[in-house]
Design a protein around this ligand. Sequence first.
Ligand code: UDP
Ligand code: MG
Length: 324
Amino acid sequence: MSGNLLSVIFPIYNEEEVLPHLYERTRNVLAALDLDYEIIFINDASRDRSLEILQGFNRSDPKVKILSFSRNFGHQMAITAGLQFSRGDAVIILDGDLQDPPEIIPRFLEKWREGYQVVYAVRATRKDPLLMRILYKTYYRLLKAISKTEIPLDSGDCCLVDRKVANLINAIPERNRFIRGLRSWVGFRQTGIRYDRDKRFAGKPKYTFFKLLHLAMDGIISFSEIPLKISILIGFFVSISSLLYSVYLIANTIFNFQHRIPGWASIVVGITLLGGVQLTVMGFLGEYIIRIFDEVKGRPPYILNGCIGFDDHHAENIRRYSGL
Ligand code: UDP
Ligand code: MG
């Protein structure tokens, strides 16, 4: 299949220790393939020497291209930018910390050549701490249970998408982007390949607990209406129960079949329970409203502070996202 172009994109945030190994291993894998390629690194405003190191790669290898953000916009936005600036007939997304081994690339291509438009990597094993593994497992199962879109279990952003799918994802204007969800939502022929997710090669995880929590909420809120619907169910259930209880109380007042006690406990329980339910429901409403507000503002998803190695083909994108 020579004549085809493959794009590989890496979101990078403070990965100076990993970069030389990442580039070396990726280049070795790609050089052995019978197709042309580009490697796009998205520097998510790293504070370490990542950008300098990337510029070094670009100087000796024109296949290396760099997008640099004006500030930290987060992993999902970095992938978004990479997809928008990629030109490949197939695009592969890998993490920049070598948790997704570049050696998986030929396996992706094999499936793509069989005619799949999306090939996603499924984590057969992962080497995170036990508590995180339990949380990840539970989350993906919960998401699958309540989401309208069939999002495969234990699949992250590591994947190959065909040009057509990349174009379609690029055309989605949504700002709260849960890429693995959008990728499933697009449809076409999709398949998974199992792989062992490695430990991060070096450095600390760049996702803080709160960033992870936000991503998890994006997944649920962008792809499920259940939290909103469940509020109605809870509300309905609580209302019916309290109605029945009041009938009982009135009957008891009339017929006095049970000795009436002051009832302080039941009042307190009722108030706190209802308060809790109401706050939870309002909280969920809030999460949706935050995202609606975000979408309505229509700000661009990211701002570029430089791009290296891209040709005129991207002039319009560059103008749009960098103000130049
Ligand atoms: N990353 C990013 N911006 C961020 C956080 C992370 O571009 O604000 C990149 C990071 O450099 C890595 C990938 O996203 O290449 C995944 O991040 P990390 O390894 O910290 O996440 P985890 O594997 O723990 O989920
Ligand atoms: Mg990682």
